[in-house]
Design a protein around this ligand. Structure first.
Ligand code: FAD
Length: 461
């Protein structure tokens, strides 16, 4: 007779009988789903549960509560934070429902979809979802982080256009969340990441967009000072039918990188406009005339080509991100950024980006959310690759860049960029009231703290 108490891994065997999806322990097939897009982040959960439905998530949450474990959620790992062996990782990749209703211009989308799936499903109906810069990002992670897309000035946050969520709370309850049902959760899920629950599906509005005028104009790094200063002036009266960002780029000499952009500092002005072609072309002509572009890839594009605006990296890689929000920027601020990331700066970052905010984003939507930064003027974002020869230089440089820009940054953080489980950074994501209410709601809906892991807003009670 075996009198040994069952080990946790033996007990995890019983979870296999409670879920329709699969449960993978380290070394088993399916555990590799834990590997995040950002491969620099150690994601080493006790087990990976590849859920097939909301009931699987509820069973996982209840199991975790019983065995004093936590539950985290991941789709692509674009926003991964480190996880250890006290965590069960729900992987949502099998939640792939996607139903487009062209009459109401809405879509019901499973939490396992990435934006490209929704773009492809909506396009035949002449419709488009408000994706982020990278269509390989997961819909649920993006929308619970508020979602700042390439058309943010025209439509506001992508999460301003969510109609409802289906979630599993930290108590293991399946809850439908709309502006009228559990309105407090509807407020907090848009910006609160997984603090208040694991999303299983989302109803979103689709926009009647088939084409837009946009893309990017790429300049030699040596032209960055002239173009960046001209861009700042241009931003001042840019109508809200148009959104824009700039990026200092140092792209590697890889086959997918156009040769004029590879292995050198270049400077991109990104543009996405929904006005007519003539007006949009007239607007961007001011930028085009500042210097001779290396590549001019701005024109009328199908919405399906929205990824061309930012041309974000697609393949998994070890990255470090930093982020800040700014007040209005002066030419002095642009000089400070040029000093940190421009020609001669020796910046090791792959991307140093400024996105213009304002427009529709600055207005509160009909249903308020836990996003706290509508008054910010720009987002500042860096991505560096933690690989030789720059691996050791990326983090100190990002910190130095942050210090150089400090006179113009607000000290606040966005929920989506530069993910972190550091309570101080998480607290900087919210104003005091929002932080309080997110924590209070989490305490109500997740009293055992099953979901209190990773990037969630919980204050010590
Ligand atoms: C190259 C790149 C480009 C990006 N571009 C943009 C952009 O233009 N605009 C923007 O706003 N953000 C952008 N981001 C940030 C991105 O939106 C976030 O990292 C987002 O969290 C990624 O979601 P995911 O599901 O793909 O990632 P994951 O790492 O799988 O998830 C990240 C987090 O999202 C939350 N989450 C994921 N799934 C669920 C769920 N089902 N229920 C509840 N919470 C969930 C959890 O907190 C989870 O830890 C970008 C990131 C990268 C790396």
């Amino acid at each position: 007779m075996n009198l040994q108490p069952p080990t946790l891994d033996t007990t995890l065997e019983s979870l296999r009988t409670e879920v329709t999806g699969s449960v993978a322990l380290p070394g088993e097939a399916g555990y590799e789903l834990a590997t995040p897009w950002n491969v620099a982040v150690p994601v080493n959960p006790r087990a990976v549960v590849a859920v097939e439905n909301a009931q699987d998530i509820a069973a996982t949450v209840r199991f975790a509560a019983k065995h004093n474990l936590r539950v985290a959620v991941q789709r692509t790992g674009h926003g991964a934070v480190s996880l250890g062996n006290d965590v069960l990782l729900v992987h949502t990749g099998k939640l792939t429902e996607c139903v487009v209703d062209p009459v109401s211009r809405t879509a019901k989308i499973g939490a396992g979809l990435i934006w490209q799936n929704v773009i492809d499903a909506a396009a035949p109906h002449g419709l488009a979802p408000l994706t982020g810069s990278s269509p390989t990002v997961g819909v649920a992670g993006f929308l619970t982080g508020a979602g700042i897309g390439p058309m943010v000035r025209t439509y506001g946050l992508s999460s301003d256009h969510v109609r409802s969520f289906d979630i599993v709370t930290g108590s293991g309850e399946l809850v439908r969340v709309t502006p009228d049902e559990h309105a407090e959760l509807f407020w907090g899920l848009r910006g609160g990441k997984a603090t208040l629950g694991i999303v299983t599906s989302i109803d979103i509005e689709l926009m009647p967009i088939t084409h837009f005028y946009g893309g990017a104009v790429y300049f030699d790094g040596a032209d960055a000072p002239a173009v960046a200063h001209a861009w700042l002036d241009w931003c001042a009266d840019l109508p809200e039918h148009s959104s824009t960002s700039i990026a200092f780029l140092q792209l590697p000499p890889l086959p997918q990188v156009p040769p004029p952009l590879a292995g050198r500092l270049t400077f991109a002005v990104r543009f996405a406009s929904l006005t007519d072609e003539a007006e949009a072309a007239e607007l961007i002509s001011r930028i085009r005339s500042v210097a001779t572009p290396l590549i001019d890839a701005v024109g009328t594009l199908p919405y399906a080509a929205i990824a061309a605006v930012h041309a974000d990296p697609v393949d998994p890689m070890p990255t470090h991100e930093s982020t800040a929000l700014t007040t209005d920027l002066s030419h002095e601020a642009v000089d400070a950024l040029l000093g940190a990331a421009g020609p001669g700066s020796q910046s090791p970052q792959t991307v140093v980006e400024l996105r213009l905010l304002g427009g529709a984003l600055a207005r509160e939507p009909k249903h308020r959310s836990a996003f706290c930064h509508r008054d910010a003027a720009f987002t500042l974002f860096t991505i560096g690759v933690l690989a030789p020869p720059v691996a050791d230089a990326v983090v100190p440089h990002a910190q130095a860049l942050g210090r150089a820009m400090a006179p113009w940054t607000t000290g606040r953080a966005l929920p989506n960029f530069a993910p972190s489980d550091d309570p101080e950074q998480i607290a900087r994501t919210y104003d005091e009231d929002t932080a309080h209410w997110l924590s209070a709601l989490a305490n109500t809906h997740d009293p055992s703290g099953v979901l209190a892991v990773g990037q969630v807003m919980r204050q010590i009670r």
